[in-house]
Write a protein that binds this ligand. Structure first.
Ligand SMILES: Cc1cc2nc3c(=O)[nH]c(=O)nc-3n(C[C@H](O)[C@H](O)[C@H](O)COP(=O)(O)OP(=O)(O)OC[C@H]3O[C@@H](n4cnc5c(N)ncnc54)[C@H](O)[C@@H]3O)c2cc1C
Length: 542
């Protein structure tokens, strides 16, 4: 068996970094070749039984200040900013709390349906039912169809409003992505519904969310950074009436919410007990190897060593009577290393082929964790003799550029024989060569008799030099939470509305089922935005 320590002892191929290509790759794929790992917030000793813990016994008497608002939003990233926007646009007095010095920002892919902007850009108009039915299938029938109906009905109008009110006045770019060059590469089928908000080469929402925060502040929202929400406040009837939060200087404030509190605190992947409780065992293992939640954030934007993804928002809502979606929960993960988005042969650490490599990378991760052979160390090998013919890439990057990026990464091995390559990567040579012999036979026939990969992607591994690219699978964020209705009002165990409590983004349950949904690129961001907007609007109108 190989482990990462074993790899680091070996000599790597090196090459010059192709930064423009890397940025474009990251921008288009929502992936990055060089993640920053963050460790889990709690130790592996945490047990799933104690995931909920006790609500802090804080009351108004423990607070130094009281602030009155109509709507209080907890978390200020995609879901939080759009919640505040929805509430503000509907006349509410809004406070938004952010525990960090700046909002979390991830990738800038978003999928929106039938907006005027997309129509004017020549994009197709889709039947919402066609896409929602497709999403239902992709979520293994676990999603709440009503949530996606709301997304289908309102995402187009929302992106048009954002373009008109926020992006255009602030000079923030927005573009429709080109249609995928190789749509047949994505077994799950992708619709051409992607709009990038912000500079498409940057692959993050920093610019867009900075624009949102400026708009919100200019229009009267009270945004408190470095202010961490600790516990919700309820009246005797169970209505959520506010939240107690602690500022950087240790002072506590009770933020009273006459109309509602919207919890938008994002992923819980930094909480080991919650991960144990709600994620599959192998997914939890993957997470131990690499949680890349803050991978796109600049170091100077992270104000404290405390992870932002400790699941406090989920727990606050459960302390107030909410019910979590049953496990196993969904997560977003992807590979780092190799030719991301190119369907070259993949083998596991035993040297066996384990999937159809033409799956979209965020879906490939599901194959990795569900295959019996998922290794400790969460990495696999992409094998090719890339000098023969470069594989096309589903995101339309020039294969030569992509090849240069792949070869400049770490974990790249080259050998003149397959046996030598197997030795280099600590894979059993007999299994490895038998796998490649079988693969080459199928390539010659033009039929993948094992995993049904399309014939155009069957390129034999025949002529030296042979390459092995280490693919490290990483956990990006959890994508599940509490039960809500289609106004994103949080429900209790009897599926009744908890008055005054809303959720949006990655605190909401039944968005995705087991896995990230990829009918378009960026389904999570746009669904989080619509949920936030609708929650804010509903709270403001209460
Ligand atoms: C690196 C990365 C790249 C991604 N790329 C894409 C993509 O391209 N397309 C796509 O659709 N999806 C993408 N995703 C997934 C998607 O971004 C998330 O699902 C989406 O951002 C969810 O947004 P959110 O607002 O719910 O949560 P988050 O973005 O996680 O934000 C939560 C916010 O709440 C704050 N917070 C947490 N606790 C508290 C507290 N107690 N008090 C106050 N504030 C608190 C945090 O500091 C943070 O700012 C990506 C995710 C990551 C991590």
């Amino acid at each position: 068996m190989t482990d990462m320590k074993g790899i680091s002892r070996r000599s790597f191929l090196t090459g010059s970094a192709v930064l423009g290509g890397a940025a474009a790759l990251a921008g288009l794929a929502g992936c990055s070749p060089a993640p920053k790992d963050t460790s889990m917030a709690e130790t592996g000793s945490a047990t799933e039984e104690d995931w909920l813990g006790e609500a802090p016994a804080l009351t108004e008497a423990d607070c130094d200040n009281v602030v009155d608002a109509d709507v209080v939003v907890i978390g200020s990233a995609v879901a939080g900013s759009l919640s505040a926007f929805g509430a503000l646009e509907n006349g509410a007095k809004v406070v938004m709390l952010e525990r960090n010095k700046i909002f979390h920002y991830g990738g800038n892919q978003g999928s929106f349906l039938n907006s005027e902007f997309q129509k004017q850009s020549g994009k197709p108009t889709y039947d919402p039912k066609e896409i929602v039915y497709h999403i239902v299938g992709n979520t293994a029938n676990r999603c709440d169809i009503r949530q996606w109906r709301v997304w289908a009905d309102r995402s187009g109008e929302l992106v048009d409003t954002l373009i008109e009110k926020v992006l255009t006045p602030a000079g923030i770019p927005f573009t429709c992505s080109p249609a995928p060059d190789e749509p047949e590469l994505w077994l799950n089928r992708v619709f051409d519904i992607n709009v990038v908000l912000g500079d498409p080469t940057k692959d993050n929402y920093k610019e867009f969310l900075s624009g949102m925060h400026a708009y919100l502040a200019d229009n009267g929202a009270d945004i408190r950074y470095n202010t961490k929400a600790e516990v919700l406040v309820q009246d005797e009837a169970g209505r959520v009436t506010g939240v107690i939060a602690t500022a950087e200087d240790g002072s506590r404030t009770l933020f009273k919410a006459a109309k509602g509190v919207i919890v938008c605190t994002g992923s819980y992947a930094g909480n080991a007990a919650m991960v144990k409780k709600f994620q599959q065992e192998k997914v939890a293992k993957l997470l131990e190897e690499g949680n890349v939640y803050t991978m796109y954030m600049d170091t100077e934007d992270l104000s404290s060593a405390e992870p932002m993804d400790d699941g406090i928002g989920h727990r606050m809502m459960c302390w107030a009577g909410a019910e979590m979606e049953g496990g196993p929960h969904g997560f977003l993960g992807w590979p780092n290393g190799g030719h991301i988005g190119c369907p070259n042969l993949e083998v596991d650490q035993a040297g066996r082929r384990y999937m159809n490599e033409a799956l979209f990378p965020v879906n490939q991760v599901q194959q990795v964790v569900s295959a019996a052979s998922m290794p400790s160390g969460a990495f696999t090998w992409e094998i090719s003799s890339t000098e023969d013919r470069l594989m096309p890439c589903f995101i339309g990057i020039d294969p030569n550029v992509l090849d240069a990026i792949a070869k400049s990464g770490t974990g790249v091995y080259q050998a003149d024989t397959l046996e030598e390559l197997a030795e280099l990567i600590d894979v059993d040579p007999a299994t490895f060569t038998a796998t490649i012999e079988r693969y080459n036979e199928m390539c010659e026939k033009g039929v993948d008799e094992d995993f049904m990969k399309s014939s155009e992607y069957l390129i034999p591994v025949k002529n030296p030099p042979f390459y092995a690219f280490n693919e490290k699978w990483v956990f990006v964020c959890s994508i599940a939470g509490v039960h809500t209705n289609d106004k994103f009002q949080v429900l209790n165990a009897d599926h009744e509305v908890i008055p005054g409590l809303f959720a949006a983004g990655n605190t909401v349950g039944r968005r995705f089922g087991y896995a990230y949904e990829s009918s378009g690129m960026g389904m999570s961001n746009s669904q989080a935005m619509v949920a936030g907007y609708v929650a804010g609007e509903t709270a403001a109108k209460a």
